[in-house]
Design a protein around this ligand. Sequence first.
Ligand code: GTP
Ligand code: MG
Length: 434
Amino acid sequence: MIGVNPPEDSFNPAIACENEWSDDFLRPFPTPPRPSATPALAKPPLNSRYETRSRQDPSSDLQSTPSADAEIEMEEVAIAVMGATGSGKSTFINTVSGTQTLKVSSGMRSCTSSVQTAPPFVLDGRIVTLIDTPGFDDTTKSDTDILKMIAHFLTQAYQNGKKLAGVIYIHRISDFRMGGISTRNFRMFRQLCGDSTLKSVVILTNMWGQVGKEVGEAREHELASDDLFFKPVLDKGANMVRHDESLASAHRVLRYLIHNDPSILQIVREIAIEKKDISETAAGEELNKALIEQMNRHKKEMAALHQEYKDAMEAKDEETKREIEAEAKKLQAEMSRIENESKKLLSDFQKEKGELEQRMKETGEESKREQQRIQEQYRKQIEEIERQRNTDTNLSKERQADFARQIEELRRKAKSRGWFSSIGRAIDSFLGLS
Ligand SMILES: Nc1nc2c(ncn2[C@@H]2O[C@H](COP(=O)(O)OP(=O)(O)OP(=O)(O)O)[C@@H](O)[C@H]2O)c(=O)[nH]1
Ligand SMILES: [Mg+2]
């Protein structure tokens, strides 16, 4: 198996035809585990079965509107979404969380420059929070800053008992080739995750509408079978899944992960358990390697410029001299930037982490009071809806369902004001990045 096709012996065409995902686009892919009737308790194995939800029962397992009792039992899980700038991370999260909370880019500049979350939503009996992360090729922040932000966020989440069910890595199938930036992003991603958590990784390919079917499939095959691209992670248990922009497709992707046991990513293990500094982590070393490579390249370029300058002097070519001087200035600035990045990477991350925790403790009380105030507002709104519901004794089924939905929505909003929504901002302001 190359990670994109279902094992032949488990493929059941009859089931696939009953399924609303049985169109040509989705057929070649393994369907994630069927949600259990008691989702909070049962954990079906990954990829073990094919989806059998029939058209007669379309709402059976999509975003549910659980009763208050059911909500108490629901497990909360978080999933991190990573990938290059402009790959569609925020769009995917907005689609699946049913909000427009996260800004989506409209041009070449990076849009998401800090780690942030969308309001949680319910899927298959889990309360799911998706974590949006900036790509390592961000146009406004350095790779060191991005690495630190992600490392702080995930470490704090782990230490505060937040369960990470997995990671989605988004790749545009429309990309003509896996260029330098994509490769660098993916290398960093690998070092953040490590090998032992790859079963909790989904490589999501999107933007299928931008390429012809045959071209897309050929690229997908290459990505899945080349050692330079996704093959090594697929061999170690990651899944590669197509996303067609629809909500059903996004849910399908999430079902690969939400029933997983919590994963501890390599970066979190290294920092929170092994007490390493960021420069000693695999991701830190990878970044440092990239910085050294860049620096060496620029040194060679600078040496070549020196030679050209000498030649221009001998030839008394003033115009070329000026051009070379301008180019050398730019190169020098870039070399200084790399040097700064390197220094920042060597800064004492564990000390920084301790200070961040202290800062969060100090502001904790204040944000708790703010959260209580907001939750009180939501509680009052819920009471008002319940009062309306109880006043009218002849409510139609549709109206009752509508009230239940409104109540669930308010509960969801109240929850979204929780820990996740403030941690990203706290890290940004602590690192002086906001
Ligand atoms: N056709 C198509 N366009 C998409 C899809 N996902 C995102 N886009 C478009 O791609 C652009 C970038 O999307 P974003 O969601 O901002 O990407 P991002 O990965 O969050 O980008 P950064 O925040 O800059 O890292 C936007 O113009 C989106 O409308 C998709 O699945 N199909
Ligand atoms: Mg974004």
